[in-house]
Design a protein around this ligand. Sequence first.
Ligand code: ME8
Length: 648
Amino acid sequence: MASTFYITTPIYYVNARPHLGHAYTTIVADSLSRFHRMLGDRTWFLTGTDEHGDKIAKAAAAQNETPQAFTDRVSGQFRALWPRLNVRNDQFIRTTDPDHKARVQQFLQRVYDNGDIYFGEFGGHYCTGCERFYTEKELENGLCPQHLTKPEFIREKNYFFRMSKYLPWLKEYIQAHPDFIRPERYRNEVLAMLEGGVLEDLCISRPKSRLTWGIELPFDKDYVCYVWFDALLNYISALGWPDGEKFATFWPGEHLVAKDILKPHAIFWPTMLKSAGLPMYKHLNVHGYWLSKDAKMSKSLGNVVEPLDMMNIYGLDAFRYFLLREMNFGSDAGFSEESLVTRLNADLANDLGNLFSRVLSMNAKYFGSRVPAAGDRTPDDEALVELAENAVENYIHLFVSVRFSQALEALWELVRALNKYVDTQAPWTLAKEGRTERLSSVIRLILECMRKVACCLWPVMPGTAEAMLGQLGQPVAEGAQPGTHLSDEKGRWNVLTEGAAVASASNLFPRAEMPKAEKPAKAPKAKPAAAEQKSKTEDKSQIVYDDFAKLDLRVGTVLSCEKHPNADKLLKFQIDLGEGEPRQILSGIAAHFKPEELVGRQVCVVANLAPRTIRGLESRGMILSVEDDTRLRLIAPDGEMKPGSRIS
Ligand code: ME8
């Protein structure tokens, strides 16, 4: 029988619109759920919104809306965002759902009947932002450590959950289950809280005289349930606890949260489960904060990044990849567009995109875009096969242990090794020397590895992985997943069908521009003398169409690029202009690019420029570029074109 995998995100407060922090947790949950589906597990992925409590009631009042109208509206914004980020949650829960409310009352009654809820009086410092009481000791200079605001001191009669009764048990449980809370630093943090002896029973009610926006206690209609007690129960109410089929199938599951809500998840929730006699969750996976301008990204600090903005500028999958690759799960990470662009250009455009682009165009040229035959493996091939198998194995192991950044790094070892293998095996030389059989087995091995990479990447970059598999002649049906179990991938070779059609070109990740830094106001540059200006711009005598028609302008694909051995400023290109043989062109742009950045890119070439020899090497053509005061860029078509296409 297949294993099951149940993953949850926090249910988000609806007091503000979703931002990059919420998107991160939800995209991680989506990737994990897709990953487990590809491992063959039966999965269930839950997200939703947390809609009761003071904070929401106040936010609704501030907008002159009823709490219900307000929560309907903002919850709708969360619900609508997820499909746009290609998040495929199986369920979206709202704590205002009647079904959830009924289950919460049932749970409260059970714990009450067990004798774990009592009535008493309590005074504490209440932070509405956190929706919790702080003890004197926990405050920092009298302020809430999360929100840096002064909490309100409240003394009132309330109901309490006998949490302290279960704390010795919890400590032992955490000690006996090293993976229960991970990464380890958070486990240690929780153990320290339990050692500290400051934890008391949990106040789980609010008098209706102060707050009505909540779930009524089944045993006292003058009180509503404390929002955290209500919210944590979403994880089982969504599954239809106590008697739902989904509960029987998927519980216990695992949770994904940031460190801000470690305590409710690591202390309140397990003791609640224990009191009700329910099995413990499997793992609490805790990540750090996305920081913006060196502070936690949060609406209240006004430094949030909008996920849709990033997606619109850089593409959804580049954004998803960046989030998982950049944050070392458990630690904080700084968000900046510069780091996003750097990753996109280095990992995606250069390493991965280039690999697909150059290999598919070589395969088009040498094998008419058909999958070539596999051949006997040389020691170089065996080394690549071993590396690929290890990379896949490491990737799977690291991914399921929520070490996403390290997992992707492990996979990139394969991507980089493939680019290197192309360089060392030099298919163009094999072609020139007529070694067709070897050429065929080299290209085939690379295509097989590319398929593995695409399958592994599906959980993180589903759209791109589907495009890659489509290019390799292995299309994924709409709404489906790649037809392989990741656990079998390690040893799966020769999956592509010999002779089947594959794409002849690929342009997965166009390079991104660095965002323009806000420049300090500068004194305007002195205008060039009128005569000088004229000579630069206008003083070109007019031409007639026939003059223009003399130019033979073509699109070419860079097959290789290296420094000119005798000239620092020059790069030596081999460019595919669809002529069979690559063209050698020299270009004086070495100061602006690293040669390896340009391989696989398309350029515009003056193809009928008379050949000339520069520093001992022949150049047959010219690459077009554009330059302003600060930089130089290459001219290229705005989408992939067949090499040799005429520009008119
Ligand atoms: O706490 N960096 O909801 P919430 C990383 N309703 N993740 C971030 C983040 C940041 N800067 N900001 C937010 C609540 N998050 C409760 C949860 S669960 C039973 C109840 C993410 O809207 C992260 O997952 O304040 C964090 O734990 C969650 O949003 C907090 O969401």
